[in-house]
Ligand binder design. Structure first.
Ligand code: TYD
Ligand code: MG
Length: 455
């Protein structure tokens, strides 16, 4: 008799244990372990080994032929850029985001574009009927005859249809609604999620069909289910935005075929998602001019510059320890800069709460923002505004010195394009002659310098 092995896996992080435990030792969640049958051998056999293109003997690296260069472009530039220049054949891409943010819309639009390029593509909806998808398609003007729709939840049936149709790109909307009969656990459980994802990964690697998996996110904003499927896929994208605003940001948190630094910006309209090719304009659109605590900083996201507004609010602390609350920037960075301002520029911030925000919901993680953060804090503290036509950037060291940063020409160029008149840049930036007629450039070499110049 075949003995069925069971295993207990954590439904929130995927940790596995042979025994039941009241609390998951990996993620500390209480009561999250559920009994599941372990991965059946059939899943691992299915004609392929774990890594299908694993070679049996070692090969010198210069003799390995890749099809890496072969990318399929969706013609939605914002999406292609985040993917690293198009979809890599045979890749498995997970895209997560809050309900209603526009995941289904984005992928239906992308598939339609591929359909228009004469590629046969399949959109599998486990959540909506064919009719509902068609209604959405009409709204988006997605009417390519190469775009096939399938409303199905059983993975086995989906695989059968794929064998017959032989699509060149596939979307599964959503991975949580798909179940495989080779697993005994209930649909929607972590076991099912992992089982279905592994089968789809095999399919992608074996046939070269790129597959997009749409995933739901939990209240905390991570893709629901275990981290296990994030490890399994090649690329993890998050689609984010505030539902009150029409703007949506697509970013990669993992990408085996490109940078995770790029972002794609979209605007949700009546006919679906529109690309925003100049995000600086939208990030600065709602800026109030001449308000204390606001500074514009040019930041580099991947390959392009984006102007963002840094906003600081400094107010007397009510309780003993002053608060440092930040949105969109590293909290430790702000504490560090506050300490430098205190010690090297003589501002007393120990009894002040500091709130810092990057307007527009972008996250910025580069040292070039330092000077912007520091000056916005001083501006709010002194209640003096900074000239709204000025941009400021540079890294600040612990001695209060301003250090040079990369790509400064790109940053200044973007500011010139958007009509800024003055820029404060680190002393070390060279070769300024091209810009002299376009923008007033002031070189600075210490935090003290900047403060004296601005206030
Ligand atoms: P959807 O793609 O269904 O979100 P998700 O798959 O991430 O859950 O997007 C649905 C939202 O987008 C819905 O609130 C309506 C809005 N929307 C538009 O504003 N314009 C459109 O053309 C479409 C198709 C949707
Ligand atoms: Mg959807």
């Amino acid at each position: 008799m075949v003995k069925i092995k069971t295993i207990f896996s954590c439904q929130s992080c995927g940790y596995q244990s042979p025994k039941w435990l009241g609390r998951c030792p990996a993620c500390n969640e209480w009561n999250s372990l559920a009994e599941e049958t372990s991965l059946p051998p059939s899943l691992l056999r299915d004609g392929v080994s774990i890594s299908p293109d694993r070679s049996s003997s070692p090969i010198p690296i210069d003799r390995i032929k890749t099809d890496q260069g072969e990318r399929i472009e969706t013609e939605i530039k914002e999406l292609d850029r985040v993917l690293g220049g198009g979809i890599v054949r045979g890749s498995l891409i997970l895209i997560g985001g809050d309900p209603g943010i526009g995941k289904s819309t984005l992928l239906l639009q992308a598939l339609n574009k591929l359909g228009e390029k004469k590629l046969k593509v399949l959109y599998v909806s486990g959540e909506e009927s064919i009719n509902q998808t068609k209604i959405r398609g009409d709204r988006l003007d997605a009417s390519s005859s190469n775009l096939y729709i399938l409303a199905e939840n059983s993975l086995e049936k989906i695989l059968e249809e794929i064998k017959i149709l032989k699509p060149q790109c596939l979307v599964i909307d959503s991975i949580q609604t798909v179940y495989t009969t080779s697993m005994e656990s209930a649909p929607g459980s972590v076991g099912q999620l992992r089982g279905s994802s592994i089968k789809l990964m095999y399919l992608a690697k074996k046939t070269g069909i790129p597959i997009f998996l749409i995933g739901h996110v939990t209240k905390e904003g991570v893709i629901a289910g275990p981290k296990v499927i994030e490890h399994l896929v090649d690329t993890v994208l998050y689609f984010e935005g505030d539902r009150g605003h029409p703007y949506r940001i697509l970013r990669a948190t993992k990408n085996r075929y490109g940078s995770t630094n790029e972002i794609g910006v979209f605007e949700m309209g009546d006919c679906g998602l529109l690309e925003v090719s100049n995000p600086s304009e939208i990030f600065l659109a709602e800026r109030s001019i001449g308000v204390a605590g606001s500074v514009v900083v040019p930041s580099i996201k991947g390959t392009r510059p984006i102007l963002v507004e840094v906003q600081a609010l400094v107010s007397p602390a009510v309780f003993g320890t002053p608060r440092r609350t930040t949105l969109g920037v590293d909290h430790n960075r702000v504490s560090l800069l506050a300490a430098v301002l205190e010690k090297k520029a003589g501002f007393s911030l120990l009894n002040q709460d500091i709130f810092l925000n990057i307007a527009g919901g972008v996250k910025i993680d580069e040292p070039a923002l330092d000077l912007g953060i520091a000056t916005s804090i001083v501006s709010s503290l002194l209640n003096k505004s900074i000239d709204p036509k000025t941009i400021i950037f540079g890294e600040v060291g612990l001695a209060g010195e301003v250090r040079g940063i990369s790509h400064w020409e790109m940053r200044v160029n973007e500011a010139v394009k958007l009509g800024f008149k003055k820029c404060l840049i680190p002393h070390h930036s060279k070769n300024l002659s091209n810009f002299h007629s376009l923008i007033d450039i002031k070189r600075i070499d210490s935090l003290r310098d900047v403060v004296e110049y601005l206030f």
